[in-house]
Design a protein around this ligand. Structure first.
Ligand SMILES: NC(=O)c1ccc[n+]([C@@H]2O[C@H](COP(=O)([O-])OP(=O)(O)OC[C@H]3O[C@@H](n4cnc5c(N)ncnc54)[C@H](OP(=O)(O)O)[C@@H]3O)[C@@H](O)[C@H]2O)c1
Length: 324
C-alpha cells in the first residue's frame, strides 16, 4: 500500500475514534448534568394518586428513593421485613400516601406474597422498584465460596434473585391494569443491580445474583417492548457502585444513600428517552462502570477488584478479631 493511502486510512481511523469519544463525552455530560425539574411525570395517573411499590423500602437506598418519590407527589408502598423499622420509615416520610407491607423477601412463600400484593390492589401502582438485596450470611460478609453453608448460598438466591422474579410476575398485571391506567400513561420497573455484576472475588454469590438482576431486567425490558399490551412499561436495570448505607458502612467517601436516591429519581426520564435498558444514575459510578465494562482488560479488572475487596476483607478480619 502506498504511504499516502496508509496515512489517510490512519487519519480516518483516528478521526473516527476522536468523534466517538466526543459523542460519548457529550452524552455523558448531557445525561448527568441536565436533569428534569419535575421527574417521572409520565408515570402519574390522571385518575387518582399514583403509587410506587419499593422493596427494601425501610432503610438505605430504598427509603431514599421513596423520599424522593414522595417529594414528587407519588404515594409509596414500603415493603420490608421488620414491622417497627417499616413503621418508623413510613412515619419519616410525613405523607398521607404511604402504606407498608411486612414481607420477608428471603422466606416469603408464594401464598404470602400473593396475599400481600392482593392487599394493595386498590392502589394505582405505576412504579415497581425491586431494590431489596444484600449479603444474607453470617459475618464476615466477604468470604471464599467454600466457607459458605448451603443455607447461606440459597439465601443469596432467595433474597437477591428469586424474590424479585416472583414479585415482578405478580405486579406486572397491576402495572398494565386498564381499570387504573389511561391509554397514554406509562409504568416503570427498576431493578437494582450492582457494579459487582461483573463477577467479584469473596462475594461470589452476591455478585452472581446481581448479574441475575441485570440480565432479568434487560431480558424483561426486551420482552415488554415487543408486545403492544406491555410496551407502556419501561424497565431499567439500575447499576451502582459504592453507596453509604446501613448495609455498606465501610463506604467512606462514597455518595450517601440519601443523595443517591435523588440521582435515581432524577435520572430515569433521560435514560428512558435514550431507550437505555440499564441506567447508572450517579456520574461517578457511570465512569467506574464504563471503565470496568469497556476499557480495562480482564487482567487489570481482576487486579483492581482483588485489591479493593482484599482491603475490605482485611478490615473485616480486624472487626472479627475484636469480636472474639
Ligand atoms: N450500598 C451499596 O454500596 C450498594 C452497592 C451496589 C448495590 N447495592 C444494592 O442496593 C440495594 C439496596 O442496598 P442498601 O445499601 O440500601 O441496603 P440496606 O441499607 O441494607 O437496605 C436494605 C433494605 O432491605 C430491607 N431488607 C433486608 N432484608 C430483607 C428481607 N429479608 N425482607 C425484606 N426486606 C429486607 C432492609 O430492611 P431492614 O433494615 O429492616 O433489615 C432495608 O430496608 C440492594 O439490592 C443492594 O444490593 C447497594
Amino acid at each position: 500500500m502506498a504511504p499516502g493511502i496508509l496515512v489517510t486510512c490512519l487519519a480516518g481511523v483516528g478521526a473516527a475514534a476522536v468523534l466517538r469519544v466526543l459523542c460519548w463525552a457529550s452524552q455523558f455530560v448531557l445525561y448527568h448534568f441536565w436533569r428534569p425539574s419535575k421527574p417521572l411525570t409520565a408515570y402519574k395517573r390522571a385518575g387518582g394518586d399514583s403509587y410506587a411499590l419499593i422493596t427494601g423500602g425501610s432503610a438505605g437506598i430504598g427509603l431514599a428513593i421513596a423520599r424522593n418519590l414522595v417529594s414528587q407527589g407519588f404515594g409509596v408502598v414500603l415493603l420490608g421485613h421488620l414491622p417497627d423499622e417499616l413503621a418508623s420509615a413510613a412515619k419519616s416520610l410525613n405523607s398521607p400516601l404511604v402504606r407498608t407491607l411486612v414481607v420477608n423477601a428471603r422466606t416469603a412463600t408464594p401464598e404470602q406474597l400473593s396475599t400481600a400484593i392482593e392487599s394493595i390492589s386498590d392502589l394505582n401502582i405505576s412504579i415497581l422498584v425491586n431494590n431489596v438485596g444484600g449479603f444474607p450470611l453470617a459475618d464476615p460478609p466477604l468470604r471464599p465460596l467454600s466457607t459458605l453453608s448451603t443455607a447461606e448460598i440459597d439465601a443469596h438466591v432467595d433474597l437477591n434473585a428469586r424474590f424479585m422474579a416472583r414479585l415482578t410476575n405478580l405486579v406486572l398485571p397491576l402495572l398494565s391494569s386498564s381499570s387504573t391506567r389511561q391509554k397514554n400513561e406509562r409504568s416503570l420497573i427498576l431493578n437494582v443491580s450492582s457494579a459487582g455484576r461483573v463477577g467479584m472475588p469473596w462475594i461470589v454469590m452476591y455478585s452472581a445474583t446481581k448479574a441475575f438482576n441485570y440480565a432479568f431486567s434487560v431480558g424483561l425490558s426486551r420482552e415488554l417492548d415487543d408486545d403492544p399490551a406491555t410496551a407502556h412499561i419501561d424497565c431499567l436495570a439500575v447499576t451502582l457502585g459504592e453507596v453509604q448505607s446501613q448495609a455498606n458502612v465501610m463506604a467512606e467517601g462514597a455518595v450517601t444513600a440519601e443523595v443517591f436516591g435523588g440521582y435515581v429519581v432524577g435520572g430515569i426520564d433521560g435514560a428512558v428517552r435514550r431507550k437505555w435498558r440499564e441506567v447508572r444514575p450517579y456520574w461517578g459510578h457511570d465512569l467506574q462502570l464504563g471503565l470496568m465494562d469497556r476499557v480495562l482488560p480482564d487482567s487489570m479488572l481482576t487486579h483492581f477488584s482483588r485489591e479493593e475487596l482484599r482491603a475490605k476483607k482485611e478490615r473485616w478480619d480486624v472487626i472479627m478479631a475484636k469480636r472474639r
